[in-house]
Design a protein around this ligand. Structure first.
Ligand code: GTR
Length: 324
């Protein structure tokens, strides 16, 4: 399960100078392909970690759903077959209720506000809430704003979603979100959505610019509407089984490398959004501005009470909202 090699022994056999201590090669999963910012950022984390541990700890990347869809890889992470995993936060919402908080529609007033919440005490508590489930939350990665798209028509008001079958990530909160807007929610892993849009199993979905472009959904679902209803981030988790085998000093090094990789991700993201938008518009797709985003906010307000109504979750929401 764990990739603990006795590198010293191996390198001795190969006639090389022995390394100071056992090597640890961390298997990292990501459903996005090579070149996508999340993958580059985890690779960057690997470089930083290799440096700070003088080569004792490395990351070996398995991108492009080589190890399965996000849910499969999360299970593997809990059991220690995957050591590090970058997933969309929605994948954890049915497991750890705290992870619902950053996904609540229109919670964040701006990207700056989002960053202060995610990389401050509220974010730290959400990361820490995963430990009882066998996962160590290392950091969040930003993931822009999510917008609706579909094969039929522009979405300018909630009523335009009436009757449309909309794919959502596997999360009860996401299902409820579509139902409140009058659509029919179809939970599905991202890898199935292109085919679903093509054969009509679903009429639409929602995602940020880079995912809309990279998955080529824009080729089959050309109506993209700037609802910006959610700024759900990505999360980087580590298997608790792996974590518990690290010394406290190495745990610190892993956390630090993860944090720095989030800053690296931020430097890549804007360019990626720009490039994705140009690719989509270059293909002749119609991008629709949404004049009354408030109408979406009002329609989705019941999610707060329904999914973050307990005192603990309501307190996190309040503290997120009160973060300057
Ligand atoms: C993307 C995210 C993916 C995937 C996806 C989804 O923005 O980067 O990890 O989970 O959203 O909608 O499922």
């Amino acid at each position: 399960m764990h990739r603990l090699f006795l590198a010293a022994a191996v390198s001795l056999m190969a006639g090389l100078a022995p390394l100071a201590a056992a090597d640890l090669v961390l298997r990292a999963a990501d459903t996005h392909p090579y070149g996508y910012p999340t993958v580059k950022s985890v690779q960057h984390m690997g470089e930083l970690l290799e440096k700070s541990t003088e080569g004792r700890i490395r990351i070996s990347m398995y991108p492009g759903r080589q190890l399965g869809e996000e849910w499969d890889t999360l299970e593997q992470t809990v059991f220690g077959a995957v050591d590090i995993n970058r997933v969309f936060l929605a994948a954890l919402q049915n497991v750890a209720p705290e992870t619902i908080i950053p996904s609540l529609p229109f919670l964040f007033r701006s990207e700056e506000h989002r960053d202060r919440v995610l990389y401050g005490p509220v974010g730290d508590e959400i990361l820490a809430s995963l430990e009882p489930y066998g996962l160590i939350g290392l950091t969040f990665y930003e993931s822009g704003s999510r917008n609706f798209y579909n094969t039929r028509r522009p979405i300018l008001t909630p009523a335009d979603l009436q009757g449309l079958r909309i794919r959502v990530p596997n999360s009860d909160m996401n299902v409820a979100m579509i139902e409140l807007l009058g659509g029919n929610a179809t939970p599905m892993e991202l890898g199935q959505v292109y085919e679903g849009l093509r054969n009509g199993t679903v009429d639409g979905a929602e995602n940020n610019w880079p995912s809309y472009a990279d998955t080529r959904h824009f080729e089959v679902a050309p109506f993209y509407s700037l609802t910006g209803h959610s700024m759900t981030p990505e999360i980087l988790v580590m298997s608790k089984l792996t974590w518990d085998k690290l010394s406290p000093e190495d745990q610190k090094r892993v956390r630090e490398a993860a944090r720095q990789s989030a800053r690296y991700m931020a430097t890549l993201w804007k360019a990626q959004v720009q490039e994705a938008r140009e690719r989509v518009e270059g293909a002749g797709n119609k991008v629709n501005d949404v004049p009354d985003r408030e109408a979406f906010r009002r329609a989705l307000q019941p999610l707060y009470e329904r999914f973050a109504g307990t005192p603990r979750l309501a307190d996190l929401v309040r503290r997120a909202e009160e973060t300057e």
